[in-house]
Design a protein around this ligand. Sequence first.
Ligand code: ADP
Ligand code: ASP
Ligand code: MG
Length: 409
Amino acid sequence: MNIVVQKFGGTSVRNLECQRQVMQKVLRPYREGNKVIVVLSAMSGETNRLLGLAEEWSDNPDPAEVDSLVSTGEQISCALFAMLLKQQGVKCRSVLGFQAPVKTDCCYGKARITAIDESRLKGMLQEYDILVVAGFQGCDDSGRITTLGRGGSDTSAVALAAALKADVCEIYTDVPGVFTTDPNLCTDARKIDRISYDEMLEMASMGAKVLQIRSVEFAKKYNVTVHVRSTFSDEPGTIVTQEDENMEAVMVSGIAYDKDQARITLIHVKDNPGVSAQIFSPLAEKKILVDMIVQNPSKDGLTDMTFTVPRADVKPTIKTLEKLQYEIGYEELSSNLNVAKVSIIGVGMRNHSGVASKAFRALADENVNILMISTSEIKITCLIDDKYTELAVRTLHKAFNLEEGKHIE
Ligand code: ADP
Ligand code: ASP
Ligand code: MG
């Protein structure tokens, strides 16, 4: 049985007209004799609307109920799309997370997929030619509905492709592929034909929301080749796959940005062994993703500890650390929500020096102050004031000639 997985995002399913366009994409592999798994997101804006309702109803909504609520967005798109397909005489049905089943842990709001029972889905594929599967949702061991975090339908699609050993995993979206930077922010952005899992992982984790990070982790782990492309055209998109020699030659492949960041500083922390563990272990237990961490040199046995967290995690971070103020032994906690991360990514950085200095020079020439810096083998990230995000992205994109594809030096 040849299986094709196709995922369509929120803008692609936002109304009847768009869903008709989606149907043309889905009918193609079906008419070629493949079985098709269509993974759908909620119509654009719907997830935000539902999250807004939860906030309106409660100051502290129960996370399991929030998941039960927001998962309805995907249920609606799937039921409507299955109706459209049935009108064409296709044997199809909608499949919700718990029906597949997509098993997850019980971390509501950011659950991780633990297993997919491919035998159930394969059984359904004996009876139906197309399964319209709700993205973003799963169920935990107790049978409660969970969701996989924002953008989670990408992960649903890649996980299904891995579990069913699909021939193709296509992610259809509102842009024609993965670009050197967000094409909606920088008109000079250029489409990348092929990108390695590692670079895509860095791009996604640094804010390029075209693919959810976990979908790329899955793709890498299970060696699923992902094709990111446009719902609204037929042009080939970007292939996300294993690194090859040509990719190594490229020094910088993209610039990512993330405005959804906050900086937390603990002032005058006692500089004792174990203090970092005291600060970061309780945050890890709460599944708060801490990223850039800087500890200043200590003076008189005291130091300052600065780190970044996603904006949504600021409240629980402050609450957790304030409770531990005496235990950790710090004087003051300050937070800054007006920060953004801008990152330069490229596997070729491993073999080229001078990327960092070139980036810092370019930002300095535009008077953009760098608040924090962190680096990995294939990435340099600068934390800046968020009002300079667009300027910084365009400046770095230009500094590395990404618009011309001449970023090999
Ligand atoms: P979908 O609803 O289809 O899942 P998303 O909004 O989640 O779509 O992701 C697509 C968006 O990602 C694009 O509209 C674009 O603004 C943004 N984006 C950010 N960085 C990039 C990039 N490097 N390449 C392509 N798109 C990007
Ligand atoms: N509907 C969810 C969201 O808006 C999941 C997705 O679209 O991938 O985040
Ligand atoms: Mg998305």
